[in-house]
Design a protein around this ligand. Structure first.
Ligand SMILES: [Zn+2]
Ligand SMILES: [Zn+2]
Length: 352
C-alpha cells in the first residue's frame, strides 16, 4: 500500500484526498495548520483551517481568499479521506491535522508545544500510525522553564526597570508569543504598549473573544513621558532600531527558545533573554511522539539528523523530510508584512 502522505516540492501531499497540507507553493486545495507565514501562504485556490485560526489567516492573506473552516474534532470527508483538526497548543487556533484512509491514520502536527501557555488551546495527543513532527528544539539542552517561572521573571524585570525609571522593551512575534506575554504579565506594574503589527493581531484575536489586558498602540505621540515605566511589546525586528528611541532609557529583552543557548543570548542585541518558545522542547517532543503510539515518524526542520538517530535508537522507523517551514527564527520571519512595520533589521538565521 502506498503512503497516505508524500513529500513533494510544493508541500505535504495527500494523493488519495487530492489536497496539500501547509503547502509552500500555490496549489488548488490547502489544509492549513495555523496562521504563521511559513504555514499559511498566499496563492492557494482554497484553504481549510480551524474556526479559531481563520480570522488571523484572513487578516494576513486577505479577506477575499476562499477559506472554509472546521471545528476541532469535527470529521470531514475529503475525496474519501477522513480529515479532522486537533489542538496543537502552538498559537491560538493552531491544529494538528489527522487523516484516516483505509484504516491508516496519519497526523501532521504542524508546529506544536505540549505545555499549556494559558492562552492557546492545549495540545492534544492524537493516536496514529505515522506522525509528522518538527524538531526545531530536538536536543536535550532545550528544556523550557515552567510558564509561571517565566512570568515571574518577566514581571520582576519589568518592575525593576520601572523602579529605575527605565522603559522595558520586549521583542516577541506578532502572533503567539506577544499575546502569551500580554496574557501572563501583571498589568498592575504599569502601562502596556504594543507595536502596531502586534496590536493589529491583538484586535483580530479580541474580536474573536480572546481576552487580553488593556494595551496602548504605539503612535508617534506615545513616549516615555506619556507612559512612564511602561512595558513595550515590540516585534523582534523593531528591537535595537530607532523605533525604540522614543522610550528614553530602556532595557531590552528577547523571548525565544534560542535564549537557552548562551552564545545566542550574548550575540543578541538585548539586555535580557527569556527562554520562551511556542515550540516543544526536548521533553515535549519525546512525550508527544510517544503519546501518538506511532511506529513511523517523519522529522522536519530543526536538528533532524540527530533527532532521527535518537528516534531510531528508541525503535522508531524514523525519516527526515525536507520542507520549507522555518521553525523558530530569531528575526521577523514569522511575521506577516504589515504597513506599520518598521524597516526590518538584518535577517539572522536560526542556530545551526
Ligand atoms: Zn508556527
Ligand atoms: Zn513553523
Amino acid at each position: 500500500m502506498s503512503d497516505l502522505l508524500t513529500f513533494t516540492d510544493r508541500g505535504i501531499y495527500c494523493d488519495a484526498g487530492g489536497f496539500f497540507i501547509d503547502p509552500w507553493r500555490p496549489v488548488d486545495r490547502a489544509l492549513v495548520t495555523h496562521g504563521h507565514a511559513d504555514h499559511a501562504r498566499p496563492g492557494m485556490g482554497a484553504y481549510l483551517a480551524t474556526e479559531a485560526a481563520a480570522p488571523v489567516i484572513r487578516h494576513r492573506l486577505g479577506q477575499d481568499i476562499t477559506l472554509e473552516t472546521i471545528r476541532y474534532g469535527e470529521r470531514r470527508d475529503i475525496g474519501g479521506v477522513t480529515v479532522s483538526y486537533h489542538p496543537a497548543g502552538h498559537v491560538p487556533g493552531s491544529a494538528q491535522i489527522r487523516l484516516e484512509h483505509r484504516g491508516e491514520v496519519w497526523v501532521v502536527s504542524g508546529d506544536y508545544k505540549t505545555v499549556a501557555d494559558g492562552f492557546s488551546e492545549p495540545f492534544e495527543p492524537v493516536p496514529c500510525h505515522a506522525f509528522i513532527t518538527e524538531c526545531t528544539f530536538g536536543l536535550p539542552v532545550f528544556n523550557w522553564p515552567a510558564q509561571d517561572d517565566i512570568t515571574a521573571a518577566v514581571n520582576a524585570w519589568w518592575q525593576a526597570n520601572r523602579d529605575a525609571g527605565r522603559t522595558s522593551i520586549i521583542g516577541a512575534y506578532a502572533l503567539g508569543k506577544a499575546q502569551r506575554i500580554l496574557a501572563s504579565v501583571d498589568p498592575a506594574i504599569g502601562p502596556i504598549l504594543t507595536h502596531g503589527a502586534i496590536e493589529n493581531t491583538n484586535e483580530v484575536l479580541r474580536a474573536q473573544g480572546l481576552s487580553l489586558p488593556e494595551t496602548v498602540r504605539v503612535t508617534p505621540d506615545v513616549t516615555a513621558k506619556t507612559h512612564p515605566g511602561a512595558l513595550v511589546v515590540a516585534t523582534p525586528s523593531a528591537l535595537g532600531t530607532t523605533w525604540t528611541r522614543r522610550f528614553g532609557p530602556s532595557s531590552s529583552a528577547f523571548a525565544s527558545g534560542w535564549m537557552a543557548l548562551r552564545g545566542v543570548r550574548r550575540r543578541r542585541a538585548a539586555d535580557r533573554g527569556f527562554i520562551m518558545s511556542d515550540h516543544a522542547d526536548w521533553t515535549g517532543l519525546n512525550h508527544a511522539i510517544r503519546a501518538t503510539g506511532a511506529t513511523r515518524v517523519f522529522v522536519t526542520h530543526g536538528y533532524t539528523a540527530i533527532f532521527r538517530r535518537w528516534l531510531e535508537s528508541e525503535g522508531y522507523d524514523a525519516r527526515i523530510v525536507a520542507t520549507e517551514y522555518e521553525g523558530e527564527t530569531l528575526d521577523a520571519a514569522d511575521e506577516a508584512p504589515d504597513a506599520t512595520e518598521p524597516p526590518a533589521a538584518d535577517r539572522e538565521a536560526s542556530e545551526p
